[in-house]
Design a protein around this ligand. Structure first.
Ligand SMILES: [Zn+2]
Length: 260
């Protein structure tokens, strides 16, 4: 489960997931002047992911709202960062996440660090959201439950906040924000971390940076598959297996294109 940022037109490595075609079930609205479109598949995947987690229908509904708000915050982070650089983006929530698209003709002036900032802004605002909710709860006298999983810290309300529904909504939003943000920072295409790795490696070595970032992406995805096997998590194995294969195919295509 992750959000993606893609450029609208072709680039290397090729964008693995593009914008879906318009559908009759699209939800369309503007937010801070940025056009947002939610494709029906977004709701379907969010519900599917919540089925094993939420024990009741009402909790599944709260989970789906939490996923929607969290992914929207993530993409708005990218979109608002782009606007700082004079780019007019649009956001699409689809399938396993979201895409913030833009016309690359508007982005020719972006430096490496501008690109890195835009990529980081998605996970960054999600972490800021968790910190803000935790800060408000703590300042209001609510106990917090902090749990660590490897390098990642999760924060939850430890007691009821206002009502059961509000507590569940906040808990799910905080859980998904940290997970979504952390997964997106892995140096794997087409996650934000994959874009950051490419931008930094290409700046350091314009000749070999793209190849290095693809190899890094394959190695990192393979490592996550191993973690998935250790955790017996089939979703993790399939997701990172798919992303690793995508990077392998992109590396192959890139080498063929360059005549290696
Ligand atoms: Zn992102």
């Amino acid at each position: 489960m992750f959000a993606l940022r893609s450029r609208k037109f072709s680039e290397f490595p090729p964008v693995l997931i593009g914008e879906p075609p318009r559908s009759g079930g699209d939800l369309v609205f503007p937010l801070f002047g940025i056009p947002v479109r939610v494709h029906p598949f977004f709701w379907l995947i969010a519900i599917m992911l919540g089925v094993g987690l939420a024990p009741t229908l009402i909790e599944l509904l709260i989970w789906t709202v939490a996923v929607f708000l969290t992914v929207l915050v993530h993409e708005m982070g990218h979109a608002l960062a782009m606007r700082l650089f004079g780019i007019q983006p649009w956001v699409t929530l689809y399938g396993l996440g979201g895409i913030t698209s833009y016309n690359p003709a508007e982005a020719y002036h972006l430096s490496t660090w501008g690109n890195v900032l835009i990529s980081f802004a998605g996970p960054g605002v999600q972490f800021a959201l968790v910190a803000a909710i935790a800060g408000i709860l703590s300042a209001s006298g609510f106990e917090l439950d902090i749990r660590r999983w490897g390098p990642v810290f999760f924060v939850f309300p430890a007691e009821t906040v206002v009502s059961w529904g509000v507590t569940r909504l906040l808990s799910y939003m905080m859980l998904v924000s940290v997970l979504w943000g952390a997964i997106n920072l892995l140096p794997i295409y087409p996650l934000d971390g994959g874009h950051i790795a490419r931008d930094v490696l290409v700046a350091a070595d314009p000749q070999r940076g793209t190849t290095q970032s693809l190899v890094l992406s394959i190695v990192a995805a393979a490592a996550m598959v191993v973690v998935g096997v250790a955790m017996r998590d089939m979703f993790m194995i399939l997701m990172f297996g798919f992303l690793g294969y995508g990077s392998y195919a992109a590396l192959h295509a890139y080498r063929n294109q360059r005549g290696w």
